[in-house]
Design a protein around this ligand. Structure first.
Ligand SMILES: *Cc1c(COP(=O)(O)O)cnc(C)c1O
Length: 729
């Protein structure tokens, strides 16, 4: 009889030696809560939920906050009551095994990185809703990258910023105006610990600027096998302004921004050095961290006696840069004064003049007044650069071709690795159960392999459809609860709250649209012709309903206006029960939506969407994409694995492209989507629709998984960069 079953058999009256067991039980739960591996391991997640389902939800699914409400004794009692001992022990054992397992894809394919890992820099990481250090797509992508690197065993350490307030929580008032609330995160309820230096002391760093020193401390978060280091300027010795420097994501002005990026890039390299990690590859995920190679260059000049030019050559061999947006405002640009104020001391160490430093961030360095651009710096200091989809690759080559004036556009050295999503994070449990039945036993370890997904062809169409409908019903009840909460918080009358409790109809074709409310994403495109969409949505035989969610950046007034116009559609009796807006889009809300919708709509102005990833999450769960041929969809759509809006042509005039795309969107809805969804056989099954679901999963799930993405990075970026290094040595 093992420990847990013997405990089981006992009554609650305890003998003294049980105290050890009780403490161990608590420690095991804390160990599970302290490694974010739990967040993509359903049995562990369920374990936490079973401890107290109501508090679990109220606490934003934060297991440390939940456990801190228990004493060890109370936890023991609860675990006893719920028969959890063996589940806790088993989960703990699995975590140990996971951490100790060295037989991974990475050990076979990326062994060289073992002693010299990849250092992955990103301004945000969206790993789980309980760790609010992300705002949107970029952060979620970084989180998914780290999770896949962990699962694949690709040696990687991640570097980011600790935001004590994170991004804002969105609340709409009765008129649909967005209000932003910033909550202080409770540090003691996060799975973070101070990072230690080589001597075992907490890491404390100084970053010199011309106007004083910024002090930095460093936190460590364990994400499976990957350590994530988060830099935090809230340190005694900093002035009040600097103590808040890293408190908000994308808050403040240009000066705040460059100081945050100084902390991320320069501070990040210093932190890894202090901790004793010497990376073989530096991966700059977007321009925010592009100062990092400058600090590495300084280090190489100092320790190896290299000249600046030689150090640049060597360091850039080890550096990879990923660009994420064709939108000009997405590329940080700073004045020469701000650059000199913050990089001055480093510049002197590098032996550069102020002008020579600024030139590193300019396309045309002939003494022009051009602002210093972080993307340009990243492109100049990296061996390889990549965009995040095939189409974005060609858009980026055109966009930056003036940096390589002697080359043809197609020879501009910016390739592409298309983004993907972490399947275990986004896959609904019910779908996982279905896949478990038909896929190879080790399928979760081989997500990036096409043949693994052949199993979907064996799934019974009726079973797939039923599973989808269960998830759809679950999504609708989640939305109803959220909308009822929203209505009562705004003090709306009882009738409105009651209406929210039964809003939407599970039988109706349900479209989801959730993303950042940037204007180029055109959340209102569907409402270009009001009467047409009203009659479409209220068609007596083929009605349509749509769920919206998304935040606008606090300074984006046009984006906020879009939210207001969509939120106030509920005042129109014809749309009241057809269009809903759910507040506060985050990882949790995203998960519910991508798991439950029939159709995921994406209609950006082509080619502004670099990749987009939310539609990839929908694929895994059997939803169908309806999208402009932009970003990932331009390379994913094969005519039968979803629906396309338009034929992928560009228009120079926004007005014309908006008109054409709206027309095409209506036509696809009227002629393809709605008829196919409502065409049922005698069993009520939409056979053609389900065939499309199967084809979508079969052709897309593996290709747009972050496992495939990380394998591509390892093969095409990390290994060559690390190899370049070892050749020289
Ligand atoms: C996946 C995700 C995104 C990115 O989706 P896009 O398709 O790029 O808009 C943004 N926000 C959250 C919360 C997500 O989970």
């Amino acid at each position: 009889m093992n420990e847990s079953t013997s405990m089981h058999a006992k009554s609650r009256s305890r003998r003294p030696q049980d105290d050890t067991f009780i403490d161990e039980l608590y420690d095991k739960c804390m160990a599970l809560a302290s490694n974010l591996w739990w967040s993509w391991t359903p049995e562990v997640e369920r374990l936490f939920r079973d401890l107290d389902p109501v508090r679990w939800r109220e606490l934003d699914h934060n297991p440390i906050a939940l456990l801190s409400e228990f004493t060890p004794d109370r936890l023991f009692e609860r675990a006893n009551e719920m028969v959890l001992f063996s589940r806790i022990n088993q989960a703990y054992r699995r975590l140990k095994e996971y951490m100790a397992n060295h037989q991974t894809w990475g050990s076979t394919h990326a062994g060289v990185l073992g002693a010299k890992p990849v250092a992955y820099f990103s301004a945000e990481f969206g790993i789980h809703e309980s760790l609010p250090i992300y705002s949107g797509g970029l952060g979620v992508l970084s989180g998914d990258h780290v999770k896949s690197a962990s699962n694949l065993g690709v040696p990687l350490v991640a570097v980011g910023l600790f935001y004590a307030q994170g991004y804002f929580r969105q609340k709409l008032d009765r008129d649909g105006f967005q209000h932003e609330a910033y909550d202080d995160t409770k540090v003691e309820q996060l799975p973070i610990k101070p990072a230690m230096d080589r001597e075992g002391n907490p890491v404390l760093l100084d970053i010199a600027t011309q106007t004083g020193i910024i002090k930095i401390k460093v936190w460590k978060v364990q994400v499976g096998r990957v350590p994530l280091y988060l830099l935090d300027s809230n340190v005694a010795g900093n002035g009040p302004e600097d103590r808040q420097l890293t408190s908000r994501l994308y808050g403040g002005d240009e000066r705040t921004r460059i100081r945050q990026e100084l902390v991320l890039g320069i501070g990040g390299v210093k932190a890894l050095n202090a901790i004793g990690i010497s990376p073989g590859v530096y991966h700059l995920n977007e321009g925010h961290s592009a100062f990092a190679p400058l600090e590495v260059i300084r280090y190489r000049m100092e320790s190896d006696g290299l000249t600046f030019e030689d150090a640049v050559r060597e360091v850039s061999m080890q550096t990879a840069f990923t660009t994420h947006t064709p939108v000009p405002a997405g590329h940080d640009r700073f004045t020469a004064e701000l650059v000199e104020e913050h990089l001055g001391p480093l510049r002197e160490d590098l032996g550069l003049s102020p002008a020579a430093l600024v030139e590193l961030g300019q396309v045309d360095p002939s003494g022009s007044a051009e602002l210093f651009c972080m993307t340009v710096l990243g492109l100049k200091l990296s061996r390889t650069a990549n965009a995040v989809s095939q189409l974005h690759g060609s858009v980026s080559r055109r966009m930056w071709s003036s940096l390589w004036p002697t080359r043809l556009e197609e020879d501009v050295p910016i390739g592409h690795i298309t983004n993907g999503v972490h399947s275990q994070t986004w896959l609904a449990n019910q779908m996982r159960t279905l896949y478990n039945k038909h896929f190879p036993v080790d399928w979760t370890k081989r997500l990036g392999e096409p043949t693994v997904w052949d199993g979907i062809l064996d799934v019974d169409p009726g079973e797939l459809w039923e599973t989808h409908n269960t998830l759809k019903a679950r999504m609708i009840s989640f939305i109803r609860r959220r909308l009822a909460d929203q209505a009562s918080r705004r003090g709306e009358d009882l009738e409105a709250v009651e209406f929210a409790r039964s809003v939407l109809d599970p039988e109706i074709l349900t479209i989801g649209f959730a993303r950042r409310f940037a204007t180029y994403k055109r959340a209102n495109l569907l409402f270009s012709e009001m009467e047409r969409i009203k009659s479409l949505m209220n068609d007596p035989h083929r009605p349509i309903q749509i769920v919206f969610a998304g935040k606008a950046h606090p300074k984006d007034q046009p984006g906020k206006d879009f939210i207001r116009s969509i939120a106030s559609l509920r005042n129109d009796p014809a749309l009241k029960n057809r269009v809903v807006f759910v507040e506060d889009y985050d990882v949790n809300l995203c998960r519910h939506l991508v798991q439950g919708v029939d159709v995921w709509l994406n209609n950006p102005r082509r080619p502004m969407e670099a990749s987009g990833t939310s539609g990839q999450k929908v694929v895994l769960n059997g939803g169908l994409n309806l999208s402009i041929l932009d970003g990932w969809w331009a390379e994913a759509f094969d005519g039968g694995n979803g629906f396309a809006i338009g034929n992928g042509t560009h228009h120079t005039s926004d007005k014309i492209s908006d008109q054409r795309d709206a027309e095409s969107l209506y036509q696809v809805l009227e002629n393809e989507v709605a008829p196919m969804f409502y065409h049922r056989d005698i069993d009520g099954l939409p056979r053609e629709w389900v065939r499309r679901m199967v084809h979508s999963i079969h052709t897309l799930a593996w290709r747009f998984s972050s496992d495939r993405m990380v394998m591509d990075y390892a093969e095409h970026v990390y290994l060559p960069a690390a190899g370049g290094l070892s050749c020289k040595m």
